[in-house]
Each structure stands twice: as C-alpha cells, then as structure tokens.
Design a protein around this ligand. Structure first.
Ligand code: HEM
Length: 420
C-alpha cells in the first residue's frame, strides 16, 4: 500500500502552495514526494511531513485520483462514513470477481479487513466473541512469556530479534493454539502483501502458493484432536455451524500475522519512545498508576499503523469535493494522532496527558479486534521492565522500515542498567 502511495502522490513544499486552489486542495502537478520512504530522514520521522499535510492539504487529491486525509476530525469522520468501504475495488487484484482465479483474492473475501455491511457485522460478531473470550482465559499466561523474554536479555540487546519478535511469536502461537512452524514467518510476510498493490504477477504467484500452503496446514490442524487455544474454539464453532472452515483457517492467518507483526513493532516503538524521553521513563518508574496512560501515549506517539485505506462505494460530495466510485481514500491515522487541534504539544511524548484519544486502532465498525490484547501485552512488558530497569538508552540509532500502511523498527540496539 505504501508503495502505491509513494509512486503517485506529491506534495508542494512551499507554505503558500495551496494559493489559487480550492480549500484543502493542492495543485496535483507540483512538488516533492509525499511519502519519500527512500529517504532515511522521512522513515525515521515522518511527522513533519504529516504536519505540512494537515496545514496545507488536509484533504489532498493526487493526480491519480487518490485522496489523503490528514486531520484528526476528518479521519475520524471517514472511519465511520457509510460511503467509504473496505471491499477491494474492481481495479484490485483482490476484487471478488478474481476469487476463483487467485488464492489471494479468495482469502481476502473471507477476512474482516476486506468486508463490508451485514456480512462483515455477522462475521465480526462471531469472531470477536470467540477471540475476546479466549484472550481473557489466556491472559494470565502472558506474564510467563514476558518474564521469559526479559530473563534472556543482557545489558545490551537488539530490540526486535532478541526480545519483541520472539515474545510476540510465542505469545500469539500460544493464544491461537498453533504449533511451532518455521514457515509461519513467510506465510505471514506474504499475507501482508494483501494490503499493498502487489507489484508483479510473479510475486502474486509466490503469495498465492504461500497462502495455499498455509490453508493446507490450517486444514490439517482443524482435523486434529487435542487442539488448544483459539484453534479449539474454532473447531467447536465449525461443529456448531457458526463458523465455516474456510473462514476459520483464513482468520487464523489474519490473527497470527497481526498478532506478531503489529505487536513486536508496537513494543519496539514504545521502548524507543521511552529511550528518547528518559524523564518519562523515570516518571513511569515512580508511579505504577501511569502504566495504562503510558500504553495509550505509546500508541498515540508512534503507532506501527500509519494509515488505513478505504474505497469510495458510490459517487458523493464531501467537504466540497466530488469523491468518485472506486477511488481510494487513505486515512492517515499517524497524522491524526499528532493533530495540534486534538492534542496539546502533540510532538512531545508525555504520559500525563489530560485529553485526546489516539486513532491507532481505527474506530467504529472495523476498529482493531486485537487492540485490547496489544494493550495487555504492552502493559505487561512495561510493568515488568519498570521493576528491573533503571535506565533505558539507545546504543545505536534505530533502522526503520515501511510497508502496507505500517512503519516499524527493523533493528535498534538498547542498553539498560538494572536496579541495584
Ligand atoms: C500495535 C498493535 C496494533 C495496531 C496499531 C493495530 C491497528 C489496527 C488497525 C489500524 C486496524 C484497521 C482499522 C480500520 O480499518 O478501521 C486493525 C484491524 C484489525 N486488527 Fe489490529 N492492530 C494491532 C494489533 C492487533 C492484534 C494483536 C490483533 C490480533 C491478534 C489484531 C487484529 C486485527 C483484526 C482482526 C483487524 C480487522 C478488524 C475488522 O476489519 O473488522 N490487531 N488493527
């Protein structure tokens, strides 16, 4: 998804750029790259660019017909807008008409992020009740995973490889009841291409083989006796006729991929924010009551989810513009989270905020199903760390990566000093 935006959107750099154009629109032909992911400085800190967008082009129209929303109030409104949907447009490889041809389109048709209306509501209702019940039952086990992850850490560590990724993988497999399987990482990587414009037929072929392989594996798991975790709940729901086998298998991949690749990144981003604001770490260490606000602030300040996409379901006028059927609209959640109209001193990482709700999980009918799980996980990590760690520092600058509406730390080394 990022790639597509990078190819097509541009933004003028001059403060007077909007002059002569309707409110909220910039001249599409002008300017610099809107999402210059090839620039290390943008990857490390995209927020000044988002700030310019909010000021100059809150509803930006690209020359190729995409729309980009940058302000909190607009993003919030768009998240609930009935004329903006999640189903892939007819131009997409994932469009329902291709479900018989491509496993990727077939899988997309079975999972929540690409559904709309009553079909989405019914499936979400069924999955959410199974998932949330399982999270509640499983939650006490989380602490063992966190303790194990921390016990393995030395005074210096690489946050993703040594800590966040193994923790997220172990915890998610245990919650879902999945056995250890080396191919899960590849399946999950390929799954995330569903959220981007798949760049070539060859890659689509690879993704299709991966997804088919996962489906075979998932099907064999569903047949096994002695299943655990959510897998066991899915077996019961299939027998009761409240879930189909295809939806159960494809949803397992969705939950595994989100449960690992959002969680490890979310944890790494949080530690990064604290390392750069040592006084906030000391505040947290001094006051346990700040744990929950800290989780919220980490999510607001630097979320792995930079934006979500919607498709215009039918022509309609909005904010003085005509949005046309099948156009894409990108909702910049990460920009909304730094909107100065919504948050005081938005570029400061402050645990003691008195107002404002982040949009990192979206909001409304498609809001993140695993948001509360991530909050539990991050809270458990911070609670354990504050007991053990006196100072938390970066010992090398973070390397950042971006794809599929996400931006994440690929690697960063931290140094900690333990409490006496
Ligand atoms: C830092 C952690 C996470 C972030 C920032 C995050 C963010 C998001 C966002 C932005 C959406 C889309 C909202 C929209 O389109 O309106 C979403 C949807 C979703 N997330 Fe998460 N997520 C996180 C963790 C998780 C976890 C741990 C799980 C489950 C294991 C999960 C499962 C899902 C599912 C199933 C959906 C689709 C919901 C639907 O379309 O109805 N997420 N998430």
């Amino acid at each position: 998804m990022f790639k597509r935006v990078r190819e097509h959107l541009s933004l003028q750099s001059s403060p007077a750029a909007g002059a002569g154009h309707p409110a909220g629109l910039l001249a599409p032909e002008a300017g610099c790259n809107l999402f210059p992911f090839e620039e290390a400085s943008f990857l490390a800190d995209p927020y000044p660019h988002y700030q310019r967008l909010r000021a100059q082009a809150p509803l930006y129209r690209s020359p190729h017909g995409y729309w980009v929303l940058a302000r909190y109030a607009d993003v919030l409104e768009a998240l609930g807008h009935e004329r903006l949907g999640n189903r892939p447009s007819r131009f997409s490889t994932l469009h329902g008409s291709k479900a018989g041809r491509y496993p990727c389109a077939n899988l997309a048709a079975n999972i929540l992020p690409f559904m709309d209306g009553p079909e989405h509501r019914a499936q979400r209702g069924a999955l959410a009740s199974l998932f949330q019940r399982r999270v509640r039952a499983w939650a006490p086990q989380l602490f063992a995973f966190v303790a194990e992850g921390l016990a393995a850490l030395g005074e210096e560590f690489e946050v993703m490889g040594d800590f966040a990724t193994p923790l997220a993988r172990g915890a998610t497999r245990s919650l879902l009841g999945l056995p250890d399987e080396a191919r899960l990482a590849r399946w999950s990587d390929h799954f995330f291409y569903l959220f981007t414009k798949i760049p070539s037929a060859d890659l689509r072929g690879e993704i299709d083989s991966s997804l088919s392989e996962f489906r075979q594996w998932g099907q064999s798991l569903l047949l096994e006796s002695g299943a655990r975790g959510l897998l066991r709940d899915f077996q019961g729901a299939i027998q009761a006729g409240t879930l189909t086998e295809a939806v159960a298998i494809d949803s397992l991949l969705l939950l595994y991929a989100d449960g690992v690749q959002n969680v490890d990144t979310g944890i790494a981003n949080a530690l990064h924010a604290f390392a750069r604001a040592p006084e906030q770490w000391q505040l947290l260490c001094a006051d346990e009551q700040l744990l929950r606000p800290a989780v919220e602030e980490c999510l607001r300040f630097d979320s792995p989810a930079q934006f979500v996409a919607r498709t215009v379901l039918e022509d309609f006028e909005w904010k003085g513009q005509l949005l046309k059927k099948d156009q894409s609209v990108f909702l910049l959640l990460a920009s909304a989270n730094r909107d100065e109209e919504q948050f005081e001193a938005p570029d400061e990482f402050r645990l003691e905020r008195t107002r404002g709700m982040h949009l990192s999980f979206g909001k409304g009918r498609h809001a993140c199903l695993g948001g509360n799980l991530f909050e539990l996980e991050l809270e458990a990590v911070l609670a354990a760390l504050r007991k053990r760690v006196f100072t938390l520092q970066l010992s090398s600058p973070a390397c950042w990566q971006a794809r599929s509406g996400h931006r994440w730390i690929e690697s960063a080394r931290f140094r900690i000093t333990s409490r006496g």
